[in-house]
Ligand binder design. Structure first.
Ligand SMILES: [Zn+2]
Length: 156
């Protein structure tokens, strides 16, 4: 029994030490910069000061920040306006849909606009046309983006 108590006393100082490991503090921005590698420049806000609730301008990052900064300058960076349909698209004269990505979904509401419920069509660079099964209007993708995206470089 005495030997058990002796061995307990021998390890007890180690048990009194805090278990939390001492790790060096690392700023979050350092991690991002290290992993950024070859990608596009990161859009990072300055963050909130200690004790303050961050605003969207302070905390937004990436594509959200890009959109927010555009709105502050009065620019709709993603062109969220609906397509202006002035005619029915045909195979000979399809309605071009501008896109920076090799795939885009288009909601057709017919011609004139809102003549039928929205039908979603999937436009891709592989398929030259997409025809609405309700009104027959034909759309085509007007791809203006980075050609590297065509190789399947981004699976998003
Ligand atoms: Zn339609």
């Amino acid at each position: 029994m005495a030997s058990v108590l002796r061995s307990f006393k021998a390890i007890s100082p180690a048990l009194r030490r805090p278990i939390v490991a001492q790790q060096p503090l690392r700023a979050f921005s350092v991690s991002v910069n290290r992993s950024a590698g070859h990608g596009p420049p990161q859009l990072l806000g300055p963050g909130a000061k200690a004790g303050e609730v961050p605003t969207d301008e302070a905390q937004s990052t990436g594509i959200e920040r890009f959109e927010l900064l555009g709105k502050l300058e009065g620019v709709d960076v993603f062109d969220m306006k609906p397509l202006e349909i002035t005619r029915l698209g045909t195979i000979e004269n399809p309605i071009p849909v501008y896109s920076l990505y090799p795939q885009r979904q288009v909601g057709c509401t017919g011609y004139p606009a809102d003549s039928h419920d929205t039908i979603w069509l999937n436009l891709t660079t592989e398929n030259k046309y997409a025809r609405c099964p309700e009104c027959g209007s034909v759309y085509t993708l007007n791809f203006q983006g980075d050609e590297a995206l065509l190789d399947g470089g981004d699976d998003h």
